[in-house]
Design a protein around this ligand. Structure first.
Ligand code: TXA
Ligand code: MG
Length: 470
């Protein structure tokens, strides 16, 4: 691996290439932060090695190497990628490592300005441990919470770079990246709710129309008044159901981004009931929050396991919180001018809300929903879905026809169903089975409607939309 130090002219050219390459990477969900030449020079002045691989007019990646303790060393390194062959990302990191060693940084800190999980794993092989460093002198405004890898004194391999999944996720979020976030309902595609670029990249990743607003996920009721205009009803519902599967649509505070609300004067908020989600959001501070639509492409089936999120491929990193417990999205209730209406049924029922507010709640409106984005065809697998009362209604059979209901049937592909077959048990596995139907290449899936239960209206709602032919 050859490393040479760039001269002034070359440095100027590199800055220019970084600009052009990063500008074009906004589409690829990078943080979109464009360093100015002055900023880059400042980084270098403070003792960083800026490492970039340059090929023709493309910049493939960059890393910084900073001597621990002593920020005086000034070096600039340009690496020639023609020496790398394939696997440029690894090679670049290899070069960063070599550079640190060559320059004689002992206990060097290696900072990666654009966080990438592969880099963390790669460095782990060399015994680096990952930390989120908040006191780094370059931290602001270049990178609010850079990922920093510290070389261990011992050469033992660091086994789990993900030992601090929350720290890594916080860094990713503050870099404008998209994080697969476990909640009790479904996995979200989380992004910094205060970063317009990050929020826009959520829409781009999902292929979601811009006027379908997002839910802001906050850490506790204490943040409610930061995002929404105070309402006694909202506080009562928050006390009763948060953290939990209830989203409230309320008048927004003016600072809430139009990107989040789709330009509406209301904003949807909820506190998810999952320790990893709450841990992440809490680290964003009292005014922090993440938007988190379900982490599936627009119109598709929501993810309920980390594998689903990885299969859909929209998140830069996925926090593994295991399978979700409820399995269908939160109840959405709109509180406007004293009027209370359910916009989307979920695990919190209208009756539970009525009991807390001691007044009646308008049921879910039928027909075109008032929650923009609640389309008639939604949560839809490729397979056709037919909802039946029981197995006697099944008219088609074959190895491309599936059955999800109590027991198993012959001459169809019986999917694993919960027993007893209740609405809440079905909710837990419903999305996983809809995905399985596609994985098996089924043409048609019969789903038996579950008996009454708390989650019946939520499950029935999702089944209707899954069954609706666009
Ligand atoms: O359980 C959940 O709520 C999951 C998890 C990840 O938290 N999230 C989720 O987000 O289901 P999403 O984006 O897939 O659904 C959000 C729904 C949309 O139907 C949207 O129209 C509605 O919330 N919504 C958001 N803001 C709104 C607003 N200001 N007024 C009316 N509806 C709103
Ligand atoms: Mg969704």
């Amino acid at each position: 691996m050859e490393i040479r130090v760039a001269d002034e002219t070359e440095f100027g050219r590199v800055v220019d290439l970084i600009h052009r390459s990063w500008a074009s990477r906004v589409d690829h969900r990078s943080s979109g932060h464009r360093f100015t030449e002055a900023e880059l020079r400042q980084i270098v002045k403070e003792g960083a090695v800026v490492l970039v691989a340059v090929e023709a007019d493309r910049v493939w990646g960059s890393a910084t190497v900073v001597p621990a303790g002593d920020m005086a060393e000034i070096a600039k390194v340009v690496v020639d990628p023609s020496a790398f062959g394939s696997g440029l990302g690894d090679s670049l990191m290899n070069a960063a490592h070599d550079a640190a060693v060559a320059i004689g940084f002992d206990n060097a800190l290696l900072g990666v300005s654009l966080f990438q999980p592969e880099l963390v794993r790669w460095y782990a092989r060399f015994g680096y441990v990952v930390e989120v460093m908040r006191t780094y002198s370059h931290a602001s405004p270049l990178s609010p919470a850079p990922i920093v890898m510290t070389r261990r004194a011992s050469t033992e391999p660091a086994s789990v770079p993900a030992s601090d999944p929350i720290g890594i996720a916080v860094a990713a979020i503050t870099h404008g990246q998209l994080v697969g976030l476990p909640t009790e309902t479904v996995y979200g595609l989380a992004a910094d709710a205060t970063n317009p670029m990050a929020v826009r990249s959520v829409f781009a990743a999902k292929g979601r129309p811009l006027d379908h607003p997002l839910i802001v996920h906050i850490a506790s009721k204490r943040s409610l008044d930061h995002w929404t205009v105070h309402s006694d009803d909202a506080h009562r519902l928050a006390d009763a159901f948060w953290p939990g599967p209830l989203t409230m649509v309320l008048p927004r505070q003016t600072h809430v981004l139009d990107e989040v609300t789709g330009g509406r004067d209301t904003v949807a908020v909820r506190v998810p009931r999952h320790p990893l989600a709450l841990g992440l959001i809490a680290l964003l501070g009292p005014t922090g929050g993440v938007v988190a639509p379900s982490a599936n492409p627009f119109g598709g089936v929501s993810p309920t396991t980390p594998d689903h999120v990885r299969a859909d491929g929209l998140a830069h990193i996925v926090i593994d919180g295991g399978p979700t417990t409820i399995g269908v999205e939160s109840t959405i209730v709109e509180l406007m001018d004293g009027d209370v209406q359910i916009l989307r049924p979920g695990a919190i029922t209208a009756q539970q809300i009525e009991a807390v507010l001691a007044r009646s709640v308008s049921p879910v409106s039928t027909g075109p929903s008032r929650a923009p984005g609640m389309l008639e065809s939604h949560y839809a697998p490729k397979a056709g879905v037919k909802v039946v009362a029981d197995a006697s209604e099944i008219t088609q059979r074959g190895n491309d026809v599936g059955y999800l209901g109590p027991g198993s049937l012959s001459d169809v592909v019986s999917l694993n169903a919960p027993s007893p077959y209740t609405a809440s048990a079905l909710a837990t596995v419903l999305y996983a089975r809809l995905r399985e139907a596609d994985d098996l290449g089924l043409r048609l899936l019969y789903v038996v409607s579950p008996p009454a239960g708390d989650l019946l209206s939520a499950v029935a709602d999702r089944l209707t939309r899954a069954a609706h032919e666009p």
